[in-house]
Design a protein around this ligand. Structure first.
Ligand SMILES: *Cc1c(COP(=O)(O)O)cnc(C)c1O
Length: 433
């Protein structure tokens, strides 16, 4: 469900014509829909409360950490799941108090942990013995007590792309669930540590519920064992990972609905007597964003038509990194009589991997035409780089008939201004020519 549709032959984000944004700020750019963000948040949170689950939602801001996106969700009641000090600063700058922030991640530096402790972060999810010892030392020296979860690795196959699977023994994440008793005993004995929760997160873009069920059953067994050993576990953190439809075909048999996911939670953990935390990212923002690009060049080969866009892998890396599929549509609604052809849609970056789609059936698209990539709200702008010295592209947030540029296009001054000429080189750049 999203709010990007053709109205009078023109693609709109809610009630704003995409062409109007392009005319004002140029291409390429990301555009996000407030109504979609809010709807997805409410559907997810509502599915949990409808089943009477005592739950709280921490939006995983790594999926899309634009301050306006975080602020939109915070206004709906979302906390934040973060994986770095930078993300913690973003969450707080967007109005999420530290008391509503969960700090996840497999490798946090001492500086980052110190920052989180000094701000009294709600919870730190610990992923290794070493991190537990470090955190105890830091918290004690600061006179603080860190509320922690141990992130356990349940050894469940999430049946998703290998690069976004995190809950198997061979993945780097979490502590082997078989070692959980030992590590909780250690945590309970350490100064400055209060173990309050168990955390799991088995992967991203999950399209089946069985891996969740298997994980939650293991977590329930673990909680019972930990309680028998005297640990007062009152919280669980069940991670994120719910998939979204990326293709039109998937829209007909979509990934599990939040209602069905909530039912699995209720079946497995409904009576465990814990407050349940959730960390959805992609399912909140994925379909709430599009990437808009212009067709720079059309190359008509014998069998194929190449569209060279002004957006590239540095702007949206999912196709290159995860073989991610994004629907591509012309911004001007095609006449149903327009012939459909196989197009290879590529960017201008000097890498063969800079390919968004191969042999994609699209209505004939011409030079100068705008195209929209669907489902680009998650792991899009946040993964962008300036490879090939291409400035970071703008992000736009739409609400009904208004739009706001929530991150302007990076200027060349900003891009070059990050570099310094080393002392031993001619200092005056004009002399360098
Ligand atoms: C990435 C991540 C999430 C969010 O994953 P989605 O697939 O975007 O829902 C949640 N929790 C943790 C610990 C993560 O690393």
């Amino acid at each position: 469900m999203h709010h990007f549709d053709y109205i009078d032959g023109e693609m709109h984000a809610e009630n704003v014509p995409i062409q109007q944004i392009a005319d004002e700020i140029g291409t390429p750019f990301y555009v996000y829909s407030t109504a979609t963000l809010v709807r997805h948040y409410q559907v997810f949170a509502g599915a949990l409360t409808a089943l009477g689950l005592d739950s709280e939602v921490f939006y995983a801001i790594k999926a899309n950490s634009n301050l306006s996106v975080i602020a939109t969700l915070a206004a709906e009641g979302a906390g934040a799941d973060i994986v770095s000090e930078g993300e913690m600063r973003r969450a707080m700058a967007a109005g999420v108090p530290a008391s509503r922030i969960v700090y996840s991640g497999v490798g946090k530096s001492e500086a980052e942990l110190t920052f989180a402790l000094s701000e009294n972060v709600h919870q730190i999810n610990v992923e290794s013995d070493s991190e537990l010892e470090t955190l105890s030392r830091l918290a004690s020296s600061m006179g603080k007590t860190a509320r922690i979860a141990i992130r356990v690795n349940p050894d469940v196959d999430a049946k998703t792309h290998a690069k976004i699977s995190t809950g198997k023994k061979e993945n780097k994440f979490g502590i082997d669930i078989d070692r959980a008793e030992e590590i909780y005993a250690r945590a309970a004995a350490l100064p400055g540590i209060e173990p309050v929760s168990v955390a799991v997160h088995i992967g991203s873009q999950l399209t089946e519920l069985e891996p969740y069920r298997a994980t939650f059953v293991r977590v329930a067994e673990l909680v019972r064992r930990l309680r028998e050993l005297g640990h007062d576990i009152r919280h669980l953190d069940l991670g994120g990972g719910l998939g979204i439809p990326y293709t039109a075909a998937q829209s007909n048999s979509p990934p599990p609905a939040p209602d069905d996911y909530a039912r699995v939670v209720a079946d497995t953990l409904g009576d465990i007597g814990c407050k349940l935390a959730f960390e959805p990212g992609r399912m909140i923002v994925g379909n709430a964003g599009m990437l808009i690009a212009k067709t720079l060049i059309v190359k008509q080969g014998e069998a194929r038509r190449f569209l060279v866009l002004d957006a590239a892998m540095n702007d949206l890396i999912r196709p290159a990194l995860y073989e991610g599929h994004h629907e591509i549509k012309p911004v001007k609604e095609p006449n149903p009589k327009t012939p459909v052809q196989a197009h290879d849609v590529v960017g201008p970056v000097c890498e063969t991997g800079d390919t968004f789609a191969t042999e994609r059936a699209l209505p004939l698209i011409n030079e100068g035409e705008l195209v929209a990539f669907g489902s680009a709200g998650a792991y899009g702008a946040v993964m962008a780089s300036t490879y090939n010295s291409r400035p970071l592209i703008p992000e736009v947030l739409v609400s009904d008939d208004q739009f706001s540029v929530v991150r302007p296009r990076q200027t060349y001054e900003m891009l070059l201004g990050m570099d310094r000429i080393a002392d031993w080189l001619p200092a005056d750049q004009e002399n360098a020519d």
